[in-house]
Design a protein around this ligand. Structure first.
Ligand code: ADP
Ligand code: ASP
Ligand code: MG
Length: 418
């Protein structure tokens, strides 16, 4: 008997029929003798609809009330799934994040998990229940409801798999696994049999929304074994695990695109020691994460400093940038939200050269101009015009031959050899 955590995303529980199908799937695992803890997202697009409702009643809703609102979505789906499982004559009980002791800090809408007390879940399991937990939510030490950021049900699942020492954490979604690119953008993308934590973390941070980036940080830290698969089929999906030798043979595992980016430029910044420190201290004080930074060579004692941020942060960062521009006696501040970031990710980059050149050539062939570049050990990212992003991803994907099945497949057996 094993303990398995299964997480079902919004599209997997979009309507009563889908919920009944999830109940059937859970029942099969129960009948095979395993214990199951299920984490559910809200039905379909519920979270987006709740956000829309909030926007219609307030221009500036408070983060606390937003959490009160958003947490309702997952409470609905968890109770409905418990009822559907009861319909199959099996024991099941649903709980909120608060009830199962998912304790977070107080940063409403983006709360960090501080601890998970799995006591209540263990008790319910020992009484023969399938336990269903509302994903995406937690509670502060002083009893305030919080949510874990968009896609946060993935994080709930990983955190519970860790707390319960589950054999595997299965993430059921609407595609068959992790692909070499978003299969909705690149129709000839391939499903990867396996991928390392590091690559999935990079891909998630760079726009592959199939896993929440923060959930991948936790999975990596605690080596929680993940299986990303479809709730619409029974096929094996993608195993995410610690790096294995075979993974390094694949130079590039995936291409991602992030369209929610904006570029800010502070013009005519005096080129003196300490100025960059002042600028980015003020920006970080405004609680905005800066992504890429580019500073031009100065010929006149002045230089332009550009950086990218997530688009929702643009208003806030512009206020901070204008203030610090005047503090350091720089020129005007401009912004551009017509940009996107395309990236290639792969462990093999550590030992292969020419990856950047190949990526740039693919874009050159399409006459796509690169505005900013950044690299790390296992990724290369370029900022380009947003309306060229899809073309760029397709071209890069083809240039690396990711559409070809000739790439050495990594078997699940290989992924298990640690
Ligand atoms: P869920 O509601 O199940 O959490 P999400 O919408 O959050 O599902 O994530 C699944 C979606 O992620 C897919 O429908 C797909 O369009 C998108 N996606 C983006 N990049 C990738 C990728 N590299 N591999 C698979 N899916 C991806
Ligand atoms: N319902 C939340 C969202 O849409 C959490 C999740 O689905 O993972 O972001
Ligand atoms: Mg998701």
């Amino acid at each position: 008997m094993a303990l398995i955590v299964q997480k079902f995303g919004g599209s997997s529980v979009a309507n009563p029929q889908r919920i009944k199908e999830v109940a059937q799937r859970v029942a099969r695992v129960r009948k095979a003798g395993h214990q199951v803890v299920v984490v559910v997202s809200a039905l379909g697009d519920t979270t987006d609809e709740l956000l829309q409702l909030a926007a219609e009643v307030s221009g500036n809703p408070s983060d606390r009330e937003m959490d009160m609102l958003l947490a309702t979505g997952e409470q609905v789906s968890s109770a409905l799934l418990a009822m559907a499982i009861h319909g199959l004559k099996l024991k099941a009980i649903s709980f909120t994040g608060a009830q199962v002791g998912i304790v977070t800090d107080r940063s409403h809408t983006e709360a960090k998990i501080r601890k998970v007390s799995a006591q209540k879940i263990k008790q319910a399991l020992s009484r023969g229940n399938t336990v269903i937990v509302a994903g995406f939510q937690g509670i502060t030490e002083d009893g305030e409801i919080t949510t874990l950021g968009r896609g946060g049900s993935d994080l709930t699942a990983v955190a519970l798999a860790k707390a319960l020492d589950a054999r595997i954490c299965e993430i059921y979604t609407d595609v068959e696994g992790v692909y070499t690119a978003d299969p909705r953008v690149v129709p000839n993308a391939r499903k990867l049999p396996a991928i390392s934590y590091d690559e999935m973390l990079e891909m998630a941070s760079l726009g592959a929304q199939v896993m929440q980036a923060r959930s991948m940080e936790m999975a990596k830290k605690h080596e929680v074994r993940l299986h990303i698969r479809s709730s619409f089929s029974r096929r094996t999906g993608t195993i995410i695990s610690k790096e294995v030798k075979a993974m390094e043979d694949v130079v590039v595992s995936g291409v991602t695109v992030q369209k929610d980016e904006a570029k800010v430029t502070i013009c005519d910044v005096p080129d003196r020691p300490g100025i960059a420190a002042t600028i980015f201290t003020r920006i970080s004080d405004s609680r905005v994460n800066v992504d890429m930074i580019v500073q031009n060579v100065s010929r006149t004692g002045y230089t332009d400093v550009s950086f990218t941020v997530a688009r929702p942060d643009l208003k806030r960062v512009l206020r901070a940038a204008r203030r610090v521009a005047s503090e350091v006696k720089a020129g005007r501040v401009t912004h551009d939200d017509g940009v996107a970031k395309v990236s290639v990710v792969g462990l093999g980059m550590r030992s292969h050269s020419g990856i950047a050149a190949k990526m740039f050539q693919a874009m050159a062939k399409e006459s796509i101009n690169i505005e900013m570049i950044s690299t790390s050990e296992i990724k290369i990212s370029c900022v380009i015009r947003k309306d060229q992003a899809v073309r760029a991803v397709k071209a890069i994907h083809d240039a690396f031959g990711l559409d070809k099945l000739g790439v050495k497949p990594i078997t699940e057996k290989a992924a298990k050899r640690k």
